[in-house]
Design a protein around this ligand. Sequence first.
Ligand code: SAJ
Length: 414
Amino acid sequence: MEFETISVVGLGYIGLPTAAAFAARRKKVIGVDVNQHAVDTINRGEIHIVEPELDMLVQAAVAQGNLQAFTRPQPADAFLIAVPTPFTDGHKPDLSYIEAASRAIAPVLKKGDLVVLESTSPVGATEQMAAWMAEMRPDLSFPQNAGEASDIRVAHCPERVLPGHVIRELVENDRVIGGMTRRCGEVARELYQIFVRGECILTTARTAEMCKLTENASRDVGIAFANELSLICDRLDINVWELIRLANRHPRVNILQPGPGVGGHCIAVDPWFIVDSAPEEARLIRTARIVNDSKPHWVVERVERAAKRFKEPVIACLGLAFKADIDDLRESPALEIATELASNYPGSVLAVEPNIRELPRHLADKVELCTLNDALLRADVIVVLVDHVPFKNIDPIRLQAKVVIDTRGMLARG
Ligand code: SAJ
C-alpha cells in the first residue's frame, strides 16, 4: 500500500505533531481543523500550542511544502482522526467530535482509503465511527458489512505520547494497532511504520481501545494511592515524600508522587470511560478517580487554614498548568485550586504561570498574573501547585517569612 497523501483531522496536541512526523518523512500531509486560527497559524509555519521541538518541525514541513492545513477535509489515501473525546456531566463519553470528523471526511473517501481513529475512545467507538461513515457513503463497503473485502479500511491506533516529550515518544513508543479486520490492522501498520521506530503490534479494535484506557487508569490508580498516602501522612505528621522515597528502596515497590490532584485531558478522563462501560465491576478505578478529584479541595482547605494567620492574606499560586513545563490548563487541578481561592479571597490571589501570557477569561478579573519575583515579594502564603523548572531554584531565604504549602514536594524534597 502506497500512502502518498495523508490527512490528519484535528491539529491539536496529538494531531499536529503526528502530521509533522509524516511530513518529516516527506509525505504530503493535509492537516484539517475546524479552528481557523490554528489553520492560519500552521500555514504560516508557526504553532498554536506549546510542545518542545514542534515549532521547528512544523516550520520545516510547511516551508518544504509537505504540510498544508485546511478547515475542510480534502481527498487523501489515509485519514487519521485525532479529535477530543471529552465526557459529559455524568462522566459519559462524548463522541460528538468523532462523529463530526468522520461525517466530514466521508464525502471525500474513495475505495482503498484507510481511516484510523487515534482519539482515546471507549470500547466500541471505532465500530461506531465506521457506522457513521457507512451511513454517509452507501456506495462504499466498510469492514462491519464487508469484512476483509471492504473498500475502506478502519482501525484504531491510540496515541500514547507524554505531553512535553511528544516528538521523541511519537517515534520511539510502541504502537498498539487494532484493525476492524486483520487486513485493516496490517494496512494501518504500514502507515505507522513510515515514522514509528517502536514496534507496531496488531490486535482487535476493541482491545486497542481498552488498552489505552487501561494504561491511563493504571496510572490514575497509582497516583490515587500516592495522594491517599499524602492525606494519611498529613494526619500522622509524617513527611510523605521521605516515606515514598524510602518505600521505593524496596526492589518491587514503585510508588508514584502525590500532587494537587490529577489533570490533563487523559488520565483525569479516560478511567471514566471504563467505569461507564462496566459500572458494577470498575470499583477500584472509580474510587481512584474520586480520590484524585477530591485532592484539590483538600489543598484549598489547607491554604485557608494557613491564611487565617494573616489579617489580609495575599496568596500566590505557583503554576496553573496541569503538570510541569507545559501550557496546558485542561482539567488542571492547579487551575481549579486557584479558581476556588480567587472566589474565597477576592483581589488577593496572585498566579505565576510562566507558560501562558494571559489568564483564562473566568480568572482574568479575579486573579493577578505576575512574575515569580513579584509573587515572592508580595505573598504571605505560597502554594506550589506545579513543579515548573523556574520554580526549582527559589532561594529558601525568600520563603522564610511566608507559609509555604508545597503540593508537589518540590521545595521540601531536598
Ligand atoms: N501526576 C501526579 N503524580 C505522578 C505522576 C503524575 O500527580 O506521580 C499528575 C500530573 O501532575 C498530571 C497528571 O498526573 O496532573 C497526569 O500527568 P502524566 O504525566 O502522568 O500524564 P499525561 O496526562 O501528561 O499523559 C498520559 C500518559 N499516560 C501514561 O503515562 C499511562 C501518556 O503516555 C498518554 O499518551 C497521555 O496520558 C494521553 O494522551 O492519554
